[in-house]
Design a protein around this ligand. Sequence first.
Ligand SMILES: N#Cc1c(N)ncnc1-c1cnn(CCN2CCOCC2)c1
Length: 286
Amino acid sequence: MTLDLPLVARGKVREVYDAGGDRLLLVASDRISAYDHVLPTPIPDKGRVLTQLSVWWFDQLAPVLARFGATHHLLSATDVPASVAGRAMLVRRLDMLPVECVARGYLSGSGTREYERTGAIVDVVLPPGLVEGSQLPEPVFTPSTKADVGEHDEAIDFARVVSLVGAARAEELRELTLALYRRGAEIARDAGIVLADTKVEFGLSGGALVLGDEVLTPDSSRFWPASSWSPGAAQPSFDKQYVRDWLTSSGWDRVSPPPELPDDVVAATRERYVAAYEQLTGTSFR
Ligand SMILES: N#Cc1c(N)ncnc1-c1cnn(CCN2CCOCC2)c1
């Protein structure tokens, strides 16, 4: 696919193009990453499913944004080039804030390792006795700075957020991120999905706060099947467990270039993305 638009940014699985004026085009590919590697085998329709899921979440979360006097950056998901139909969003160009706003409702991944060392996640002290997969007493805000492509984001404390965006804006980011997470987790739970954590990004437009990027997708969030949630071990990923299990069984060393995925793992993974969309939205993916 070649788009006749200037490339602005490229992530592991998505690109940003200049769509002219104060608009950008966010394009989601069918690429999938696992264990910090972009795999060579695409998952058909992954870009379309995750784009349509973001579009649905922007609508679901608009009332939460409005309570904070904020909006989102989506302009259109249909007024896009035919070559990327269904997997692109035309968005308002924002002055992006240099903070990855992470909300966690459950203990997982790097958060667990840090908690086991310090009893906290950066400056957020947690109660004793929590294990991998534990639900936290309350959702917590654990921001990070945006890393360069291929690098890990650096967890930062709230004081650093204040130094980056000012005290009032930092408080607003924390409260709005937690409110978006709470509403998303409530909707997801009703659909049989645990929203363990999520990362959102904000920008400014005319001084007003605007929710940008993708929102509450399996790429920006940890989705766990609620039926198998059992604290005390790594929780199965709603969408990536087939891929992770096959990569582990393949003997791949997680350092050398990753192997191609077999057709059955590709098909099963595609079905998991479609299932996430259909369970959350209550509509059929087309
Ligand atoms: N969204 C948005 C947005 C906006 N609305 N206005 C200005 N800049 C951006 C922007 C540009 N890059 N990023 C980081 C997230 N990227 C997403 C795609 O994939 C690469 C990483 C955000």
